[in-house]
Design a binder for this molecule. Structure first.
Ligand SMILES: [Zn+2]
Length: 462
């Protein structure tokens, strides 16, 4: 048995008596009971436990040593001492799954067992970076959302919805730092970080809904939209995680550039922690924006109006250029292309303008993107596309089939809607330029190099 609750004497399997001061504390301490492997490590003087249930094959000592670096960097980031006496990573390794939930002195993580490094494996394989980013994300929450949190969450009302426009502050900024602190703790290279940022940009740029829903609204609507996805979601909404992380990046770069390096988002985060989280005071709805302005001495109203309440894209390319980074855009090279790298498609790619998945006899359209070929042809989510130009299509051959046509060409698409067969004219369009990657510029002036090094320095400063 494993949990972060305060305990008396325990037997060797962890059974004994545990105490919670109140119901709220009890609820906030998940308990792992059953067979698991466990490793203890110390970070900044605090004992941490890595507990993994489920079948897996890995070197947990190695994972623990990477986590120790990440945890130490985060405790340094917010300032010692850590606001907990012990911490538990309660993990479940499964065949398919990815997610975590933060708690005040622990986290529950679920992930694909193959994301853990093989015994003896060197370097940081991409899948393992994903695991480390998840652990880093939930650990950051120990300060930022478990302690610094919207005033609307104090106290949590468990019998009703708790509305706030600040979820971008707590999930978006956390999503930004989860990766940045992997770099600062020394477990991720600059190149790997930029690739992860490129993937983040891509996720946002593939959501036409970012032009319709603001970040403040996305946060407010979380109860009704984010956790109840429906097929039109990408056209009408934006995630406060992904766009929130981009806004955090933009804010960090803006603060650094406009104060000549005097202030960064790090300073705002530490001030937020000291003023609110460490003192148990809730953050008012305008608290974060006011604090950022106060700490930096900048007029940030235009920035926040555009980034949080507006729906236009931020000038990220210009901002990144000030730090010697080029934002590149290209068309997607295929269904498994998450962006982040300059991987090129073979010639011009045409797109259906729809998400799809394999379905017996064809492909089922899952989302229809606004302004895309499928939408213009009147196809709906749920339609099963069975043929293009009267030749059968399936998940394996669809892209190859599309490559036989020219942009602007009209082809016959045959689909089942329920049990009714439809035939529509589909005017094929070039795939949108929505896939991003970031490149470090080679020749930059001394000023730009200084800015970039200060942002992407590999070791955390207290
Ligand atoms: Zn989170």
């Amino acid at each position: 048995m494993a949990t972060a609750l305060t305990h008396g004497t325990l037997d060797e399997s962890g059974f004994g008596s545990y105490t919670a001061a109140d119901y709220d504390e009890l609820l906030d301490h998940p308990v792992e009971i059953g067979d698991f492997e466990s490793v203890e490590f110390i970070a900044a003087g605090v004992p941490h436990h890595l507990v993994v249930a489920g079948r897996f094959e890995s070197d947990l000592e190695r994972v623990a040593s990477d986590l120790a670096q990440i945890c130490a960097a985060q405790i340094e980031f917010f300032g010692k001492p850590a606001p907990f006496d012990r911490y538990y990573f309660l993990c479940l390794a499964v065949g398919e799954g990815y997610g975590g939930l933060e708690h005040r002195a622990s986290t529950s993580l679920i992930f694909n067992r193959d994301e853990l490094p093989k015994p003896g494996e060197q370097g940081q394989p991409r899948d393992y970076q994903r695991f480390l980013a998840l652990a880093s994300h939930e650990y950051f929450h120990t300060w930022h959302v478990k302690r610094s949190k919207p005033a609307a969450f104090i106290p949590y009302r468990l019998d009703q919805r708790n509305y706030t426009r600040l979820l971008w502050v707590f999930e978006g900024i956390t999503s930004y730092y989860q990766d940045l602190l992997l770099l600062r703790s020394g477990v991720l290279s600059v190149a790997a970080l930029l690739q992860r940022f490129g993937e983040l940009f891509t996720r946002v740029y593939r959501m036409p809904g970012r032009f319709k829903q603001s970040l403040a609204q996305s946060s407010f609507d979380a109860w009704d939209i984010l956790y109840r996805p429906e097929p039109n979601h990408p056209n009408t909404s934006i995630s406060y995680y992904t766009k929130g992380a981009l806004v955090a990046l933009a804010l960090d770069l803006t603060l650094r550039a406009d104060t000549a390096g005097r202030t960064s988002l790090d300073d705002v985060m530490r001030a937020l922690w000291q003023r609110y989280g460490a003192r148990g005071i809730g953050v008012p709805e305008d608290g974060f924006e006011q604090l950022a302005a106060e700490i930096s001495g900048l007029n940030l109203a235009p920035f926040f109006d555009a980034a949080i309440r507006g729906t236009e894209d931020l000038p990220l390319a210009e901002l990144l250029a000030k730090f010697g980074i080029t934002l590149e855009l290209r068309a997607s090279a295929g269904g498994d292309d998450a962006g982040g790298t300059p991987r090129a498609a073979n010639g011009e790619t045409l797109a259906l303008g729809a998400g799809y998945r394999s379905r017996e006899g064809g492909v089922e359209l899952t989302t229809i993107l606004e302004g895309g070929s499928a939408q213009r042809a009147g196809l709906h989510p749920g339609d099963v596309l069975v043929a293009l130009d009267r030749l059968r299509v399936n998940e394996r051959n669809l892209r190859r089939r599309l490559a036989r046509f020219e942009s602007g060409e009209r082809v016959t698409a045959t689909a089942f809607r329920g049990d009714e067969l439809l035939e529509v004219g589909l005017v094929l369009k070039a795939a949108p330029i929505d896939t991003c990657y970031l490149v470090q510029q080679e020749t930059i002036d001394a000023e730009t190099a200084k800015r970039r090094d200060a942002w992407l320095k590999p070791v955390a400063t207290p």
